[in-house]
Design a protein. Structure first.
Length: 388
């Protein structure tokens, strides 16, 4: 691999933001740069005595091992580079690790990942692929893989990737911690509505669960899903500015009541615009302010039309309408999911709702079941379904 190609790969690694995709890209890039059949990243546990593999570098599986066990554990314990050309003859190698991974290791290179001279993990390169060397049949893999030994050049290249990966992992972890804080603050704000009106609180939770599933069903990125999750949880935050005698009114609204209630979308956007949202969540105020906009321009507060409304906003709007009709509200009884879905389909045919979003909603309801989604949303507090 040329130096220019290596630099391009390293640049993409250093610019990564989403943690899971970052790990996947780093692992794939490392295999290419080093010429290894498999590259696994192991991170130091909170107890400082165990290591856990990052799932995207092991096909979604997570393995754990203690310091000192096997080549990876020895590398962590000694904080030294370990290279072996024949793993099964190396006294440090633990064959149980191959059995757990359904793998056959021949050559291996383990390198400690350090941040400010402190161990944060180990990168493990398994089976150097070469055009010459011994032939070994690897279980669960097609054909014969020709295995060679790791050389000093491989150590240098893997260390370069590990150093960049270390910085990228730290940046991604800080971003993840920041987003968790934003999550908690957002759902705490959402809970403020629940204190005044438990029915609206239940509605917010259900809208959030449904909007997240619809977004994933439509193939949106996890960054976009995260943004929708936060915006959906806060979509009714503007109701803080609506008086109790209207918000909690048990009968149908008058025109005056309705005009007062309609201000909540604009008020929500105005409240949230005061927050310095991190990159990737900048659209949250817009989404909250747009969740009552309709494709034909008859919505509020701005009367936007379909092409002026983002897909994320369409998803929250459809989820909001569906949940509002299906659930009981202070001013009406529950109509159930079948009637709610029929109404959404009718509104899509009439040009008010995005048909693609409504079809995705229908698939979500069919696949998950309304009752299951409602149970998931009814956990103790809004933030409890963050991992959904």
């Amino acid at each position: 691999m040329s130096v220019k190609s290596q630099q391009a790969v390293c640049l993409r690694i250093s610019g990564g933001r989403e943690f899971g995709k970052l790990i996947e890209h780093v692992s794939a890039s490392s295999r290419t740069i080093v010429g290894a059949d498999r590259v696994t990243f192991w991170m130091l546990g909170k107890d400082q005595r165990t290591l856990a593999s990052l799932p995207s570098s092991e096909g979604g599986r997570v393995f754990r091992l203690p310091f000192g066990r096997g080549l990876v554990g020895a590398c962590a314990q000694k904080q030294q580079i370990i290279v072996t050309a024949d793993a099964y003859r190396d006294p440090l190698f633990d064959q149980r690790d191959d059995k757990r991974r359904s793998y056959r290791t021949v050559s291996e290179l383990c390198l400690p990942i350090l941040h400010d001279d402190e161990l944060i993990g180990v990168v493990q390169a398994s089976n150097r692929l070469r055009s010459d060397g011994v032939s070994v049949r690897i279980p669960l893999r097609k054909g014969v893989i020709v295995i060679g030994e790791f050389a000093e050049d491989d150590v240098v290249r893997l260390r370069e990737v590990a150093n960049l990966a270390c910085a990228a992992f730290e940046n991604a972890r800080h971003l993840q911690a920041h987003r968790l804080l934003i999550d908690e603050l957002s759902f705490t704000l959402a809970d403020a509505i629940s204190v005044r009106d438990t029915t609206t609180g239940k509605h917010i939770k259900l809208v959030t669960v449904i909007a997240v599933e619809v977004a994933r069903e439509m193939g949106l990125s996890e960054d976009a899903v995260q943004e929708i999750k936060i915006a959906a949880a806060l979509h009714d935050i503007g109701k803080i500015g609506v008086r109790d005698h209207i918000l909690l009114k048990p009968v149908k609204f008058t025109q005056k009541d309705y005009r007062a209630m309609k201000t909540h979308a604009h008020k929500g956007r105005r409240i949230l615009r005061k927050i310095d949202w991190p990159k990737g969540l900048e659209a949250v105020p817009y989404l909250v302010g747009s969740h009552h906009e309709l494709c034909d321009g008859s919505g509020y507060p701005a009367g936007l039309t379909k092409d002026e409304i983002s897909l994320s906003a369409h998803i929250i709007t459809v989820s909001d309408i569906f949940a509002a009709v299906a659930q009981k509200r202070p001013y009406k009884e529950a109509h159930g999911p079948h009637y709610a879905l029929k109404l959404c389909r009718d509104e899509a045919r009439s040009g008010k709702l995005d048909p693609k979003v409504v079809r995705a909603l229908a698939r979500v309801i069919e696949h998950h079941g309304f009752e299951a989604l409602e149970r998931r949303s009814s956990k103790s507090r809004a933030g409890s379904f963050l991992s959904s």
